[in-house]
Write a protein that binds this ligand. Sequence first.
Ligand SMILES: [Zn+2]
Length: 319
Amino acid sequence: MSYIIGIDLGGTNMVAALAHENGTIIARDRAETMVDSGFTDVVRRMAELVQRLVDGAGISLRQVEGIGMGVPGYLDMTGGIVHFSPNFVGWTEVPLVDEFRKHMPLPVYIVNDVNSHALGEYRFGAGRGAEYIAVLALGTGVGGGLILDGRLYSGSTEGGGELGHIIVDPDGPRCECGCYGCLEAFAKAQAITDRAALKLQQGKRSIIPEMVDGDIRSITPAVVAQAAEAGDETAIEVWNEVGMYVGIAAAGLIQALSPQVIIIGGGIARAGRFLIDPIRRTVEARALLIPASTCRLELSPLGDDAGLLGAISLVIEKR
Ligand SMILES: [Zn+2]
């Protein structure tokens, strides 16, 4: 019996999972990333986390076929190098795979974290059986991933697939990338809570202020989703507007790439039908040349495991 390890390296936590050779997760563990401790220290603690996971399962490292890692940032997958990573200060041209293999001489593969999400959907999630997939991951930011003809697509620069920076409104708010009106500027967590807060400041009636004890700054997308669930018109309006922007991007993706499925994931996808219904309505109204009916629009069934499963599938892909 051989095993696979997947690691989802985040800015706050690192999560590792032990999986059977078919990708079924059987154990998981996590540790704080502590980015400030520096590159070599973070890598050392990744190796310690893997060792703990392996020891806890009563298996030996020799039984591990390989390790896949989902890592935020701009990477050279072939060389195992992180070119740079916005939230990981000092991680410029760092040899992640070589450094990790100093601790554990196993096959190690890396992939951008959102691309990892796309791979997870392709092999284990809403993309199973499809060869053309787009993933939009809505969270702190908006990430994107593309699988085209059964392969991860990142374009001529290896930086492609940044679907969060598709411009959906030229007059929209400024995005962190410097542009105006990117999808991310409308659909990231902060943009959703800002939109809700603005409606409250404009005097719209809502149960949201009551839900947050009057503290508008503590509104989260989860609160806006709960309010929508309770029938709150203002909250539903927020989701309708956010869904419209996501739908505009999705309609563009359908015209450009004709995917079989577009998958909406990330923490914000927990808003469920309040998010996906307006996306579907917008796509139906705006995808015409290649009609909306040619593409499924689905919420990610994998939830928080999508990235881990993608990291695991990296090892499977290398067989
Ligand atoms: Zn942008």
